[in-house]
Design a protein around this ligand. Sequence first.
Ligand code: PLP
Length: 449
Amino acid sequence: MNNQTLVNRDLAVLWHPCSQMKDHEQLPLIPIRSGRGVWLEDFDGNRYLDAISSWWVNLFGHANPVINQAVKAQLDQLEHVILGGFTHQAAVELAEQLVEITPPGLNKCFYADNGSSAIEISLKMSFHYWRNLGQTQKTKFITLENSYHGETLGALAVGNVALYKETYGPLLMDVISVASPDCYNREAGESWEDYSIRRFADMEQALARHADTVCAVIVEPLVQCAGSMRMYDPVYLKLLREACDKYGVHLIADEIAVGFGRTGTLFACEQADISPDFMCLSKGLTGGYLPLSAVLTTDTVYQAFYDEYQHLTAFLHSHSYTGNALGCRAALATIGIFQTQDVLGNNRRLAAAMSSVSERFKQHPHVAEVRQTGMILAIELVKNRQTREAYPWQQRRGLKVYQYALSKGVLLRPLGNVIYFMPPYVIAEQEIELMAEVAWHGILLATQD
Ligand SMILES: *Cc1c(COP(=O)(O)O)cnc(C)c1O
């Protein structure tokens, strides 16, 4: 088997996600044979440094020996069992762990099998909570501009990516959108904190106006990842928590991308010292091994559903693979690594290394901003650094960086014209240097005309 034969077979039968398939007439698919640590290897023996953690899911490297062992052991015991009316050890242990490590007050865990489903669950649970309390006028959600919460219809509706909204608009429920605290848009000389506080005025106004019809506000804490890695100050979350309490509206924290150490703390909400009413987790939850997600919520929410069967207040949501045993075991092994190693301390060192190798980008004539939150570092390419005029999207400058980087053995996957590093936590400093060096030359090439 070599690259070409597998690619030919692939293109005959497979339709890939997030892809214009016609691109592959020029842009070769990369068939991966194996992975180890931060490295992927294709069928021709080329190696690629996985600088984006395979779409932000991988935390401790591919084929991690600890997680491998845990999944193998579970496999010989129990692969899966129905979670309605039945339970198993891995599901119970993981729920116990998640209750333990998430912010105080999140005492109940509901499983699903991907991030979008976790979002759907949190939206439905919030709505249903108010309904069970007799507050049937609460049917709406408040969301931030530039947000992304997944791609099923409910998740798409509360997200804000323009192309998706335009394309699928007729299928989506109405939401209330407020300005994002995205600090890329702050005034020159304005601090992230000041800008985030200033932006909160919009949210406060929307809550004041719509609280009686709103179930919940949903946000991605600290980093709007799919929305070009735009970042904001924790103070926004603090203000949001206070306002949600004041107006009687739930707060949903979508930590699907930022959870599990990505932003410098185990969960991003910790930096604002808040507990949301719902926390959605997936991606890094299983260390990048298996599809699993969880929604953590409070006893108060749980109790609003807990009643005699005849009252029909039970939550209505299930997936066939809810609480899959192999996924739960991979998640337990992943959490175990956080407990036995100083992951957050090591990440501080790695984040500092990422910062120092990225200094040079700040001077580049086509870089408007280099921003970082923990283990996420993003470089914003623009046509004009002074005016911040963007490159026309049709030029696909980021794609040029992607192609160049692949040819040099680094997997970067720019979001439009934003190049970012979001590597697994087992990356070595030398590999961080390689990643930045390749990105630098890719950017030089992509911006030369
Ligand atoms: C990836 C992502 C989702 C959706 O998760 P899927 O598993 O891809 O459905 C939701 N929210 C955020 C913030 C994400 O990054």
